[in-house]
Design a protein around this ligand. Structure first.
Ligand code: ADP
Ligand code: MG
Length: 463
């Protein structure tokens, strides 16, 4: 019928526009490597901020004592308590608590957000059990994982450049986020010092390195997406400080803000961006990460409803609500293996209030999820290839037995199996069999929390 011809033509066009053949992915990877150079060369030299983390030493395993970490970066925040036992014992004990952030706090005031966090932290501190106290006369120390673009001014201070991932709290932009947290801790009567401020990618890199010395980069695929890696300090022209003894510096790429003419952008991405809180920014992130994948799918379904009567004569009203289709719901539909696609049917009912869809309709929806998820997965693989290229690790060096491990974390990577598999397959194809053998993607489960605690330890005021 006419309806299905129109449906198929819209889906076909989507599929074409989203296609990511290897040649295109290589162009994206090359562009990423070029932007990395530019961002390291000068302040503002690229859309990639290539932020200097002030982490010039990654954990060695010698870290010792009781440390806290606080991880703020998306939908939830976590507080952690880690007991480190040095070389012999490693992580002796860890406890954590996860607290969700009430939606009204992500665009309220600084005081509201940080007081809420400090209060949760105070409650958590109060649950310290026997053997899990700091040494007498020592202040508690905290690694603060703050996963937004920050211009660090030292290992334990830095100003917020801008919010991402739907956060919008104006009175923090341009200010030291550690000062904001510290003041809230004082207000809540917590005696604790922030000794390390780290991005989650940097924390994940540190946590990964603690367990595996071959870890050279970290990538987050969660609410947002970002990468960090270990750079030679001498390869950072914009760094005018003293060269660190290690000769290395961890760089927080802020790769979510990458953009290139090679990215397969569609009308849906452009509209999503224009209507977002941060138009023109985080274009790569908006094609890849968990906050946005479901929303892109929803926009495609809207077009199908309006232009091809995909869900009947009138488009269901709930379909028009931005962000109603979460990425976990999209993932559930995408992974539906039942013959009648009953999970798709139940998500359509729960999310959009749509019932009585045909199997044919549900199949098209699975196809759309596949197109959007695969594109994001392939683009993240290209980003990883970009890092490997920058480090010269995308080719084999004769006589060297080199291994490169990339620590991956984030809810999208962890739970969206098809996304993860597609990303790993694409990376293998891009690298070829021989090089692939030397590159390992390692899931670093909550490495960023442990990593922040380790960095708090290695930057303790008592060393
Ligand atoms: P954050 O990035 O906020 O620090 P996480 O790393 O836990 O937190 O990632 C959470 C994100 O992961 C969610 O916003 C969601 O987009 C994505 N996610 C979580 N569970 C799933 C799932 N089952 N399928 C697909 N995506 C998921
Ligand atoms: Mg996180």
């Amino acid at each position: 019928s006419n309806k299905w011809a129109k449906v198929m033509s819209i889906v076909k066009e989507l599929d074409d526009k989203c296609s990511t053949p290897l040649g295109k992915l290589r162009q994206v990877a090359d562009a990423m490597a070029v932007e990395m150079h530019a961002g390291l060369a000068s302040e503002g030299g690229s859309k990639l901020k290539m932020l200097i983390s002030y982490v010039d030493n990654l954990p060695t395993g010698d870290e010792n004592g009781l440390f806290y970490a606080l991880d703020l970066g998306g939908t939830n925040f976590r507080v952690l308590r880690v007991k480190l036992g040095g070389k012999e014992k490693g992580v002796v004990q860890q406890e954590f608590e996860e607290v969700s952030i009430p939606p009204e706090l992500i665009d309220g005031t600084s005081e509201q957000l940080f007081d809420y966090i400090a209060e949760a932290l105070a409650k958590f501190v109060a649950t310290e059990s026997e053997g899990l106290h700091p040494e007498p006369n020592k202040q508690r120390e905290l690694g603060f994982t703050f996963s937004f673009p920050v211009k660090q001014t030292s290992i334990a201070s830095g100003t917020l450049i801008r919010w991402t991932k739907g956060f919008n709290i104006e009175d923090v932009v341009g200010e030291d986020v550690v000062a904001h947290l510290s003041k809230a801790m004082q207000r809540k009567g917590i005696d604790m010092r922030v000794t390390a401020l780290v991005n989650d990618t940097v924390g994940t890199l540190a946590g990964g390195r603690f367990y595996n010395k071959d870890v050279i980069a970290a990538v987050i695929l969660g609410t947002g997406t970002n990468g960090a890696y270990v750079e030679r300090a001498s390869a950072i022209p914009k760094w005018h400080g003293p060269l660190p003894k290690s000769g290395e510096m961890v760089i927080n790429m802020e790769w979510g803000n990458f953009r290139s003419s090679h990215l397969p952008l569609t009308e849906y991405d452009i509209a999503l961006d224009e209507e977002s809180l941060n138009p023109g920014e985080q274009i790569y992130e908006k094609m890849i990460s968990g906050l946005y994948l479901g929303e892109v799918v929803r926009r495609v379904l809207c077009k199908l409803a309006e232009e091809a009567s995909f869900f009947g004569d009138t488009a269901p009203s709930k379909l028009k609500t931005p962000f109603v289709l979460s990425t976990p719901a999209m993932s559930a539909m995408h992974h539906d293996t039942s013959p009648d696609l009953k999970d798709v049917a139940s998500k359509l009912k729960d999310v959009f209030g749509i019932s009585n869809t045909s199997l044919k309709t549900r199949k098209v929806i699975v196809d759309i999820c596949d197109i959007i998820a695969s594109r994001g997965a392939c683009l993240s693989a290209a980003g990883i290839l970009g890092i490997l290229k920058k480090l010269g690790r995308d080719t084999l060096k004769t006589g060297e037995n080199q291994k490169s491990v990339i620590a991956l974390d984030g809810g999208l990577f962890e739970h969206y199996t098809k996304f993860r598999d597609c990303m790993e397959d694409a990376l293998k194809e891009l690298l070829g069999d021989e090089v692939s053998e030397t590159i390992v993607i390692e899931h670093s489960n909550d490495g960023s929390g442990i990593g922040a605690a380790l960095l708090a330890a290695s930057h303790s005021q008592y060393l």
